[in-house]
Ligand binder design. Structure first.
Ligand code: 6GU
Length: 254
């Protein structure tokens, strides 16, 4: 996958040399370039911002450097990704969609944002996705791009040693993952649950399933409400009732 990042703070992306993203770059799985937006300014101050039309606080990124930057790094098959608090929420499903594309261009806005015409004009030529990490405001898109790239890179073929990690993990099937434990079996008077040491793979799977459901139900009622009732069988229903949860009629398959 080819990825280009455009930012006024290219140094923000130094961590992308490290760990598994760094390795994906070394092996060629991820062909990543970071570009300084000021490359495409032509005044002595290398200006990228100006005051907003209509008034109001802060500054807005001017369209000319962005237009030239996107012309320079774009490709016929590129998708533009613009991290923004007004974007569509970024999810694991969105990560899978982006991971299937050949070329991503990330445009990192700062200040109050990028002149809207940049996004509108780009959308006439290429797919554009404005994505948000959540309901809070960051200084700019840089940290968001690192987050999004990390979610995408681990989905690229060959990046994770064990592909089961992807199917078993939280959000893969609409539920949170069960808690995990390792050695020692006793630590500060806390024991690893016996079932995980039983060697009984059926019981272990049942326990993990129950933990997944109960975690999701209590921590993420929004995810639980979206979980398809047809994915809950009789044993799931029994476990939920035993744990003291009411199951609304029709929520659970008979
Ligand atoms: Cl993706 N960008 C910015 N600037 N702020 C955000 C965000 C993104 N997601 C949540 N807040």
């Amino acid at each position: 996958m080819k990825v280009d990042i455009i930012s006024i703070f290219p140094d923000y992306f130094a961590p992308l040399d490290l760990s598994l993203i760094g390795k994906a770059r070394t092996t060629g799985t991820l062909n990543l370039s970071v570009h300084d937006l000021r490359t495409w300014t032509h005044d002595v101050h290398r200006t990228v911002d100006d005051s907003p039309y209509g008034g109001g606080p802060g500054m807005v990124m001017r369209p000319e450097p962005w237009g030239q930057a996107l012309d320079a790094v774009g490709s016929p098959g590129a998708t533009l990704v613009v991290p923004s608090p007004v974007g569509k929420p970024f999810t694991q499903a969105g990560a899978h969609e982006l991971a299937g594309l050949d070329h991503l261009v990330f445009a990192c806005g700062r200040y109050e944002g990028i002149d809207q015409r940049v996004i509108d004009e780009a959308a006439d030529r290429m797919p554009v996705r404005e994505v948000s990490l959540g309901d809070y405001v960051l200084f700019g898109g840089e940290v968001a791009v690192i987050v999004i790239l990390e979610a995408i890179t681990r989905l690229l073929p060959g990046v994770l040693g064990n592909a089961d990690s992807l199917t078993e993990e939280s959000h893969a099937a609409g539920l949170l993952e069960a808690p995990v434990y390792t050695k020692p079996v006793s630590w500060r008077d806390r024991e690893v649950p016996d079932v995980l040491r039983s060697g009984d793979h059926g019981r272990i799977a049942r326990w993990r399933r129950d933990q997944s459901m109960l975690r999701t139900l209590t921590r993420r009622p929004d995810m639980w409400a979206d979980y398809p009732p047809e994915n809950l069988d009789k044993k799931d229903r029994k476990a939920l009732l035993e744990a003291g949860f009411q199951i609304p009629p029709g929520r659970v398959a008979e």
